[in-house]
Ligand binder design. Structure first.
Ligand SMILES: Nc1ncnc2c1ncn2[C@@H]1O[C@H](COP(=O)(O)OP(=O)(O)O)[C@@H](O)[C@H]1O
Ligand SMILES: [Mg+2]
Length: 344
């Protein structure tokens, strides 16, 4: 039997693919000038991003998103933990990891006095890609970014949305298997944002794993299959987008009951009612449901509610904070940016 037929004859469970990104117990402390200015930006973050995924790292300003991205793309030194990119340990083989990653930083950082075609070809040259090949790729990328007709114009004259797409086209020149974008649409208006989402969807559909950081829930919701939510240097939730939205859609209450509870509690479709002790009920219900329905059902069962309080939901609190900060952001017309870490 030759190798081919042996493989055909013995179907095996699919070999689990290594994650595109695997982060374990990642820590980062920025050493300030004193103990007071030391910042623990990452406090033991772990996450996995599967190959082919479109993954969002969602969190408010200062959560640690850029620090995480910076470490993964070798711009920031880690203080503890490990990072693997397609199975390659970052600290063991930094160059190999870097070759697999394309990075789109938040700030526009190309030369405004160069032409898009030159920006792309020169960037490829920096990565050792021969000029002839770079020209072929540049045309492909500029076409995908709908910038081919602008290839020989001064970049300065491009619109805001075009400049953003140029950043993505440039990162794609090295054919990265993992494209990482740090707040690609922060401070960008909604039309431009939608256009960029389309470009990113196409890149992901063509097989590139994408990770983006954002503080817009709407953006993560529209683009991503999986996400992790980071707040103050820790992951507070992770998993499929749909599961997370379902969690946000549930409201929780604690009811204080007059007298003692009956042995059998009423069942109300779509809600969960659990006695936590003789005179307390833990109630979870969809946000859209009328509380009076719950009171009525309890009343029929002879249960009188004396008082109630809402159960705090960390996830919800986080989103309230994020939305609050967005409001401040757009009012001020500015976006917070990270200063580059001084090189050690
Ligand atoms: N170069 C730096 N030096 C000192 N502190 C920093 C530096 N970069 C970020 N920080 C601090 O680390 C925390 C996380 O920042 P960052 O990773 O930029 O968050 P995000 O990208 O989610 O807004 C913040 O408190 C920020 O002030
Ligand atoms: Mg940031």
């Amino acid at each position: 039997m030759n190798e081919q037929s042996a493989a055909d004859a013995a179907p095996q469970a699919p070999v689990p693919r290594v994650p595109a990104l695997s982060v374990r117990d990642l820590r980062k402390t920025y050493a300030g000038n004193s103990a007071q200015t030391r910042v623990e930006a990452l406090k033991g973050v772990s996450l996995d991003v599967e190959q082919g995924d479109f993954f969002a790292l969602l969190g408010p300003n200062g959560a640690g998103k850029s620090t995480l991205i910076g470490i993964v793309s070798s711009l920031v030194n880690l203080s503890g933990g490990s990072v693997e990119v397609f199975g390659t340990d970052l600290s063991r083989d930094r160059e190999a990891s870097m070759r697999l990653i394309g990075l789109v930083p938040q700030e526009l950082n190309f030369n405004m006095f160069e032409k898009p075609l030159d920006i792309l070809v020169n960037y490829a040259g920096f990565y050792g890609i021969p000029r002839a090949e770079a020209l072929v790729r540049a045309e492909q990328e500029l076409r995908r970014a709908q910038l081919w007709d602008k290839a020989r114009m001064m970049s300065r004259t491009l619109s805001g949305g075009m400049k953003r797409r140029l950043m993505i086209a440039r990162a794609m020149m090295t054919r990265p298997r993992l494209l990482i974008l740090d707040e690609p649409t922060a401070g960008v208006d909604i039309e431009i944002r939608r256009g960029m989402w389309q470009t990113l969807r196409e890149i992901n559909a063509a097989g590139t794993t994408i990770i983006l950081t954002t503080h817009y829930l709407e953006e993560a919701e529209s683009l991503c299959r999986n996400l992790a939510i980071i707040d103050r240097g820790s992951i507070v939730a992770a998993g499929p987008m749909k599961a997370l939205l379902a969690r946000l859609d549930v409201e929780g209450f604690l009811f204080d009951i007059d007298g003692t509870l009956p042995a059998r509690l009423p069942a109300i479709e779509g809600t969960s009612i659990v006695a936590t002790d003789d005179h307390t009920l833990d109630v979870e219900m969809p946000r859209s449901m009328d509380l009076n329905r719950v009171f009525a059902a309890l009343g029929e069962a002879g249960i009188r509610v004396r008082s109630m309080r809402t159960k705090s939901n960390r996830l919800e609190e986080l989103f309230v904070r994020m939305t609050g900060e967005n409001a401040v952001d757009s009012a001020a017309g500015s976006t917070a940016q990270v200063a580059p870490e001084p090189t050690a």
